[in-house]
Design a protein around this ligand. Structure first.
Ligand code: ZN
Length: 287
Protein backbone atom coordinates (compact mmCIF):
# COMPACT_ATOMS: atom_id res chain seq x y z
CA UNK A 1 0.00 0.00 0.00
CA UNK A 2 1.62 3.28 -1.09
CA UNK A 3 1.19 6.80 0.19
CA UNK A 4 -0.92 7.58 -2.84
CA UNK A 5 -3.43 4.95 -1.76
CA UNK A 6 -3.70 6.56 1.64
CA UNK A 7 -4.10 9.99 0.07
CA UNK A 8 -6.66 8.57 -2.35
CA UNK A 9 -8.44 6.96 0.61
CA UNK A 10 -8.45 10.21 2.59
CA UNK A 11 -9.74 12.20 -0.35
CA UNK A 12 -12.15 9.60 -1.67
CA UNK A 13 -14.99 12.11 -1.42
CA UNK A 14 -12.99 15.16 -2.39
CA UNK A 15 -14.76 16.70 -5.41
CA UNK A 16 -11.51 18.35 -6.63
CA UNK A 17 -9.98 14.88 -7.21
CA UNK A 18 -13.02 13.90 -9.27
CA UNK A 19 -12.73 17.16 -11.22
CA UNK A 20 -9.10 16.37 -11.99
CA UNK A 21 -10.17 12.97 -13.31
CA UNK A 22 -12.83 14.59 -15.48
CA UNK A 23 -10.33 17.16 -16.61
CA UNK A 24 -7.97 14.33 -17.59
CA UNK A 25 -10.73 12.57 -19.55
CA UNK A 26 -11.75 15.87 -21.12
CA UNK A 27 -8.13 16.54 -22.13
CA UNK A 28 -7.97 13.07 -23.72
CA UNK A 29 -11.09 13.73 -25.80
CA UNK A 30 -9.64 17.10 -26.84
CA UNK A 31 -6.35 15.45 -27.86
CA UNK A 32 -8.20 12.79 -29.80
CA UNK A 33 -10.21 15.43 -31.63
CA UNK A 34 -7.04 17.37 -32.43
CA UNK A 35 -5.47 14.23 -33.87
CA UNK A 36 -8.51 13.54 -36.03
CA UNK A 37 -8.51 17.14 -37.28
CA UNK A 38 -4.81 16.88 -38.11
CA UNK A 39 -5.47 13.68 -40.06
CA UNK A 40 -8.29 15.29 -41.99
CA UNK A 41 -6.14 18.33 -42.74
CA UNK A 42 -3.42 16.04 -44.07
CA UNK A 43 -5.97 14.30 -46.32
CA UNK A 44 -5.31 10.91 -44.75
CA UNK A 45 -7.87 8.14 -44.94
CA UNK A 46 -10.13 9.28 -42.11
CA UNK A 47 -11.55 5.84 -41.22
CA UNK A 48 -8.08 4.27 -40.83
CA UNK A 49 -6.68 7.21 -38.90
CA UNK A 50 -9.64 7.36 -36.53
CA UNK A 51 -9.21 3.63 -35.83
CA UNK A 52 -5.49 3.99 -35.23
CA UNK A 53 -5.94 6.94 -32.87
CA UNK A 54 -8.65 5.02 -31.01
CA UNK A 55 -6.43 1.96 -30.52
CA UNK A 56 -3.62 4.24 -29.31
CA UNK A 57 -5.90 5.61 -26.63
CA UNK A 58 -7.14 2.16 -25.68
CA UNK A 59 -3.63 1.00 -25.00
CA UNK A 60 -2.54 4.24 -23.32
CA UNK A 61 -5.47 3.92 -20.89
CA UNK A 62 -3.90 0.92 -19.19
CA UNK A 63 -0.25 1.26 -20.30
CA UNK A 64 2.04 0.00 -18.78
CA UNK A 65 -0.51 -2.24 -17.09
CA UNK A 66 -2.54 -5.12 -18.42
CA UNK A 67 -5.88 -3.66 -17.34
CA UNK A 68 -7.43 -0.35 -16.38
CA UNK A 69 -10.30 0.67 -14.12
CA UNK A 70 -12.54 0.40 -17.19
CA UNK A 71 -11.55 -3.19 -18.04
CA UNK A 72 -14.38 -5.71 -18.07
CA UNK A 73 -14.51 -9.22 -16.61
CA UNK A 74 -14.31 -10.47 -20.20
CA UNK A 75 -10.95 -8.68 -20.51
CA UNK A 76 -9.78 -10.48 -17.34
CA UNK A 77 -10.97 -13.90 -18.59
CA UNK A 78 -9.41 -13.40 -22.01
CA UNK A 79 -6.11 -12.48 -20.41
CA UNK A 80 -6.34 -15.47 -18.05
CA UNK A 81 -6.67 -17.83 -21.02
CA UNK A 82 -3.72 -16.22 -22.77
CA UNK A 83 -1.53 -16.23 -19.63
CA UNK A 84 -2.39 -19.87 -18.89
CA UNK A 85 -1.72 -20.95 -22.46
CA UNK A 86 1.66 -19.19 -22.28
CA UNK A 87 2.44 -20.92 -18.97
CA UNK A 88 1.63 -24.31 -20.54
CA UNK A 89 4.13 -23.61 -23.30
CA UNK A 90 6.82 -22.26 -20.97
CA UNK A 91 6.46 -24.82 -18.21
CA UNK A 92 4.13 -27.67 -19.25
CA UNK A 93 4.49 -29.68 -16.02
CA UNK A 94 3.39 -26.91 -13.67
CA UNK A 95 -0.39 -27.30 -13.98
CA UNK A 96 -0.14 -31.10 -13.95
CA UNK A 97 1.78 -30.87 -10.66
CA UNK A 98 -0.62 -28.26 -9.27
CA UNK A 99 -3.50 -30.64 -9.92
CA UNK A 100 -1.90 -33.20 -7.62
CA UNK A 101 -1.63 -30.85 -4.61
CA UNK A 102 0.75 -28.30 -3.16
CA UNK A 103 4.07 -28.67 -1.42
CA UNK A 104 5.44 -25.11 -1.12
CA UNK A 105 8.93 -24.69 0.31
CA UNK A 106 8.43 -21.14 1.60
CA UNK A 107 5.93 -19.02 3.50
CA UNK A 108 5.97 -15.41 2.30
CA UNK A 109 4.53 -12.79 4.65
CA UNK A 110 4.18 -9.53 2.74
CA UNK A 111 2.20 -6.35 2.30
CA UNK A 112 -0.99 -6.18 0.21
CA UNK A 113 0.57 -3.36 -1.82
CA UNK A 114 -0.19 -3.87 -5.51
CA UNK A 115 3.43 -3.18 -6.50
CA UNK A 116 4.81 -6.30 -4.82
CA UNK A 117 4.00 -9.82 -5.77
CA UNK A 118 6.14 -12.60 -4.37
CA UNK A 119 6.16 -14.63 -7.60
CA UNK A 120 7.11 -11.61 -9.70
CA UNK A 121 9.76 -10.50 -7.18
CA UNK A 122 11.33 -13.97 -6.95
CA UNK A 123 10.60 -15.16 -10.49
CA UNK A 124 9.11 -18.41 -9.18
CA UNK A 125 6.28 -20.69 -10.28
CA UNK A 126 2.82 -21.52 -8.92
CA UNK A 127 3.14 -24.09 -6.12
CA UNK A 128 6.36 -22.73 -4.62
CA UNK A 129 5.23 -20.07 -2.17
CA UNK A 130 2.46 -20.13 0.42
CA UNK A 131 1.44 -16.54 0.99
CA UNK A 132 0.03 -14.33 3.71
CA UNK A 133 -0.43 -10.72 2.69
CA UNK A 134 -2.06 -7.95 4.67
CA UNK A 135 -1.66 -4.20 5.06
CA UNK A 136 1.94 -3.56 6.16
CA UNK A 137 2.90 -7.27 6.60
CA UNK A 138 1.80 -7.47 10.22
CA UNK A 139 1.70 -10.57 12.41
CA UNK A 140 -0.79 -10.22 15.20
CA UNK A 141 -1.93 -12.67 17.85
CA UNK A 142 -5.43 -11.21 17.67
CA UNK A 143 -5.59 -11.99 13.97
CA UNK A 144 -6.89 -15.46 13.12
CA UNK A 145 -5.66 -15.09 9.55
CA UNK A 146 -1.96 -14.72 10.38
CA UNK A 147 -2.08 -17.28 13.21
CA UNK A 148 -3.78 -19.86 10.97
CA UNK A 149 -1.43 -19.21 8.05
CA UNK A 150 1.60 -19.78 10.32
CA UNK A 151 0.13 -22.92 11.86
CA UNK A 152 -0.86 -24.43 8.51
CA UNK A 153 2.35 -23.49 6.67
CA UNK A 154 4.65 -24.84 9.40
CA UNK A 155 2.76 -27.85 10.79
CA UNK A 156 0.95 -29.12 7.70
CA UNK A 157 2.85 -27.86 4.65
CA UNK A 158 6.22 -28.13 6.45
CA UNK A 159 7.72 -25.08 4.75
CA UNK A 160 11.49 -24.77 5.20
CA UNK A 161 11.71 -20.98 5.02
CA UNK A 162 9.67 -18.03 6.21
CA UNK A 163 10.27 -14.69 4.56
CA UNK A 164 8.82 -11.52 6.07
CA UNK A 165 9.03 -8.86 3.39
CA UNK A 166 8.36 -5.17 3.96
CA UNK A 167 8.83 -2.49 1.34
CA UNK A 168 9.74 1.12 0.75
CA UNK A 169 6.94 3.68 0.39
CA UNK A 170 4.53 1.51 2.44
CA UNK A 171 1.20 3.33 2.91
CA UNK A 172 0.62 1.63 6.27
CA UNK A 173 4.00 2.86 7.48
CA UNK A 174 3.43 6.38 6.12
CA UNK A 175 0.10 6.46 7.94
CA UNK A 176 1.80 5.35 11.17
CA UNK A 177 4.35 8.16 10.80
CA UNK A 178 1.55 10.70 10.52
CA UNK A 179 -0.55 11.96 13.40
CA UNK A 180 -3.62 12.02 11.20
CA UNK A 181 -6.56 9.75 11.87
CA UNK A 182 -7.40 7.43 8.96
CA UNK A 183 -10.46 5.54 10.10
CA UNK A 184 -11.54 3.14 12.85
CA UNK A 185 -10.30 -0.28 11.81
CA UNK A 186 -7.24 0.95 9.90
CA UNK A 187 -6.00 2.90 12.92
CA UNK A 188 -6.48 -0.20 15.10
CA UNK A 189 -4.73 -2.43 12.57
CA UNK A 190 -1.73 -0.12 12.36
CA UNK A 191 -1.36 0.27 16.15
CA UNK A 192 1.66 -2.11 16.30
CA UNK A 193 3.58 0.13 13.86
CA UNK A 194 2.72 3.22 15.91
CA UNK A 195 4.08 1.37 18.96
CA UNK A 196 7.33 0.60 17.10
CA UNK A 197 7.49 4.27 16.09
CA UNK A 198 7.02 5.31 19.72
CA UNK A 199 9.80 2.95 20.83
CA UNK A 200 12.19 4.38 18.21
CA UNK A 201 11.17 8.02 18.27
CA UNK A 202 14.68 9.48 18.56
CA UNK A 203 16.16 7.23 15.90
CA UNK A 204 13.37 8.10 13.46
CA UNK A 205 13.56 11.82 14.28
CA UNK A 206 17.28 11.78 13.52
CA UNK A 207 16.54 10.79 9.88
CA UNK A 208 15.81 13.98 7.95
CA UNK A 209 14.66 12.51 4.66
CA UNK A 210 10.99 11.43 5.06
CA UNK A 211 11.34 8.58 2.54
CA UNK A 212 14.37 7.21 4.40
CA UNK A 213 12.48 7.60 7.69
CA UNK A 214 9.61 5.62 6.21
CA UNK A 215 12.00 2.91 4.98
CA UNK A 216 13.61 2.66 8.43
CA UNK A 217 10.21 2.19 10.08
CA UNK A 218 9.38 -0.45 7.43
CA UNK A 219 12.58 -2.29 8.43
CA UNK A 220 11.76 -2.07 12.14
CA UNK A 221 8.26 -3.31 11.38
CA UNK A 222 9.63 -6.36 9.55
CA UNK A 223 11.89 -7.14 12.53
CA UNK A 224 8.90 -6.85 14.84
CA UNK A 225 6.80 -9.20 12.69
CA UNK A 226 9.69 -11.68 12.72
CA UNK A 227 9.77 -11.55 16.51
CA UNK A 228 6.03 -12.26 16.55
CA UNK A 229 6.56 -15.28 14.27
CA UNK A 230 9.35 -16.49 16.55
CA UNK A 231 6.87 -16.63 19.46
CA UNK A 232 4.44 -18.83 17.54
CA UNK A 233 4.45 -22.33 19.05
CA UNK A 234 4.64 -24.06 15.65
CA UNK A 235 7.69 -21.98 14.71
CA UNK A 236 9.45 -22.59 18.04
CA UNK A 237 9.08 -26.37 17.68
CA UNK A 238 10.19 -26.43 14.04
CA UNK A 239 13.10 -24.06 14.75
CA UNK A 240 14.27 -26.15 17.70
CA UNK A 241 14.42 -29.19 15.40
CA UNK A 242 16.36 -27.24 12.77
CA UNK A 243 13.50 -27.62 10.30
CA UNK A 244 12.92 -23.96 9.54
CA UNK A 245 14.72 -20.70 8.81
CA UNK A 246 13.39 -17.15 8.90
CA UNK A 247 14.53 -14.10 6.94
CA UNK A 248 13.62 -10.42 6.79
CA UNK A 249 13.64 -8.60 3.46
CA UNK A 250 12.85 -5.12 2.17
CA UNK A 251 11.57 -4.68 -1.38
CA UNK A 252 12.47 -1.39 -3.04
CA UNK A 253 9.45 -0.35 -5.12
CA UNK A 254 11.64 1.87 -7.30
CA UNK A 255 14.26 -0.73 -8.22
CA UNK A 256 12.39 -4.02 -7.73
CA UNK A 257 15.33 -5.43 -5.77
CA UNK A 258 15.17 -7.21 -2.41
CA UNK A 259 17.62 -6.50 0.43
CA UNK A 260 18.20 -8.78 3.39
CA UNK A 261 17.85 -7.37 6.91
CA UNK A 262 20.15 -8.33 9.74
CA UNK A 263 18.20 -10.17 12.44
CA UNK A 264 18.89 -10.29 16.15
CA UNK A 265 19.22 -13.78 17.62
CA UNK A 266 17.52 -12.67 20.83
CA UNK A 267 15.02 -15.56 20.82
CA UNK A 268 17.11 -18.24 19.16
CA UNK A 269 17.97 -21.32 21.24
CA UNK A 270 16.79 -19.58 24.36
CA UNK A 271 15.46 -22.02 26.96
CA UNK A 272 13.97 -19.28 29.13
CA UNK A 273 12.04 -18.05 26.10
CA UNK A 274 10.78 -21.57 25.34
CA UNK A 275 9.67 -21.96 28.96
CA UNK A 276 7.80 -18.66 28.92
CA UNK A 277 5.85 -19.74 25.86
CA UNK A 278 4.97 -23.19 27.33
CA UNK A 279 6.75 -24.92 24.54
CA UNK A 280 8.65 -27.65 26.30
CA UNK A 281 7.08 -30.98 25.46
CA UNK A 282 6.76 -31.98 29.14
CA UNK A 283 6.07 -28.78 31.03
CA UNK A 284 6.88 -28.81 34.76
CA UNK A 285 3.91 -26.73 35.86
CA UNK A 286 3.76 -23.13 37.02
CA UNK A 287 6.51 -21.38 38.94
ZN1 ZN B 1 2.79 -1.65 2.24
Amino acid sequence: MGINNIIRFEHANDPTIENKHHHHKHKQIEDEENLLQKDLLNNNNSSTSSLSSQSTYESSDSYPFQFSRDSSLQDFLKSNKQATDNLKIRNPEILERSGKGQSPHTLWIGCSDSRINECTALGCQPGEIFTLRNIANLISYQDFSSMSALKFAIDVLKVRKIIVCGHTDCGGVWASLSSKKIGDVLDSWLTPIRQIRAQNLNLLKSINDPFERCSKLSELNVLNSINQVKKHSSFVSAFKNGDIEIYGLIYDVKTGYLTELELSDEFDNNDDFNDVFHLNEHGDGYH
